[in-house]
Design a protein around this ligand. Structure first.
Ligand code: SF4
Ligand code: SF4
Length: 378
């Protein structure tokens, strides 16, 4: 297992965590064996958004004394009405469900403000007692960090601007990233992804990733497979389906992403996803597939590393990533971005042009390396 720091929380989370949704309504023995398999592979991050008492108890029992070895995302506002997942902003209801999580797990590492997608979601959480409740829980030590979940980049940026959240769970896959922001990603997931909609990475989503890096908001990624549609020949918007490894690698190569949270419901599924760590660079390379759609944002780096190998081992995607963040606000470049940039060897570039010949997106890499040196060196 590999680990990454989750932004300003300073916590090292496993690059692959476990979305526990698929363990809902499974027998306790299945929950126990699946969780044990994940922990044996080094998984230390669990998303427990499900409101049902039984699955929560099964997870708590499966963890037992290893509760302290994992970090749990628990969601405020996730409830079930008539055994259906639902969202509530009614404080007595919100408290009832969240206090059950606290009772079962003792404390919650990441107390998530659940489903901040629309303007109404934003107002009903950040302009009400909802956010006060989260802040009180944090002061009391019941939650260690405040996070939120979202599928909408515009609302997510607004939530980050409040200064309250320290991390975010966000839906990330190449199809969502390329969807114009006016197209709500979850609506598209219910339909067949339509290829005509895709025009390169949506600027609002690119802006969100840059903002997260600038503000050190670590991201945990959900929906990395687009509910399986990106793996399906019938539903992919690309010339051919992506693989699991390509989807995970895509999400992990977005700025600020520390962990992806695929769902598993058996030991076999847990073992299958861990094969990601054995995949070769070629098996993880997604550049040519996502480059097969209309690309109105040609010239922008998607951090795919298809331009490698570089004869002097420059991490070209990283140079572009830090340059993009610096360009967001050149007068206020975070010191951490300068120090990350300083650890790269981009001054060694011999301008051979090999990388530019390989980049499917026409990124002016040599110019970017020079711009980065000008903007980012102390
Ligand atoms: S420069 Fe091109 S090939 Fe290299 S990481 Fe960026 S988009 Fe990918
Ligand atoms: S042009 Fe520079 S960054 Fe690109 S492959 Fe050559 S040495 Fe590496």
């Amino acid at each position: 297992m590999r680990f990454r720091e989750l932004g300003k929380t300073g916590i090292n989370v496993s690059e692959i965590g476990l979305g526990c949704e698929f363990l809902d309504r499974k027998p306790a023995s299945v929950v126990d064996s699946s969780l044990n398999a994940a922990l044996e592979y080094g998984v230390n991050l669990l998303d427990v958004f499900m409101p049902g008492t039984e699955v929560r108890e099964n997870i708590a029992n499966a963890l037992g004394s290893r509760r302290k070895d994992v970090f749990i995302q628990g969601h405020m506002g996730s409830v079930d009405i008539n055994k259906q997942y639902d969202i509530s902003r009614d404080m007595p209801t919100v408290k009832k469900y969240f206090e059950e999580l606290l009772r079962l797990f003792g404390y919650i590492d990441f107390g998530m403000l659940f489903f901040i997608d629309s303007e109404d979601d934003y107002k009903s959480v950040f302009d009400t007692d909802f956010v006060t409740y989260a802040l009180q829980l944090k002061r009391a030590g019941d939650i260690r960090h405040i996070g939120f979940s979202s599928h909408n980049p515009v609302t997510a940026m607004k939530a980050i601007a409040t200064g309250v959240p320290e991390m975010m769970m966000f839906s990330i896959n190449p199809a969502f990233d390329m969807l114009p922001v006016e197209q709500y990603s979850l609506d598209q997931m219910d339909k067949k992804f339509s290829g005509e909609l895709f025009r390169g990475i949506d600027p609002k989503r690119a802006e969100l990733y840059k903002l997260c890096t600038q503000k050190q908001i670590g991201i945990t990624a959900m929906k990395v497979l687009g509910a399986g549609k990106l793996l399906s020949p019938d539903h992919t918007p690309y010339a051919k389906p992506l693989t699991f490894n390509q989807c995970v690698h895509y999400a992990l190569s977005r700025p600020s992403v520390a962990s992806v949270l695929p769902g598993c419901q058996s030991v076999e599924e847990v073992s299958a996803i861990m094969n990601y760590f054995k995949a070769t660079d070629e098996e993880k390379d997604y550049a040519e597939i996502i480059g097969s759609v209309r690309n109105d944002f040609a010239g922008n780096c998607v951090y795919c590393s298809h331009c490698q190998p570089c004869p002097v081992q420059i991490d070209i995607a990283a140079v572009n990533k830090y340059l993009d963040i610096a360009r967001l606000d050149e007068a206020n470049i975070p010191p951490s971005i300068r120090s990350h940039y300083a650890s790269l060897n981009s001054a060694d570039c011999i301008e051979c042009g090999h990388c530019e010949g390989r980049c499917p997106f026409g990124v002016p890499i040599i110019k970017n390396i020079k711009d980065a040196a000008r903007i980012l060196k102390d």
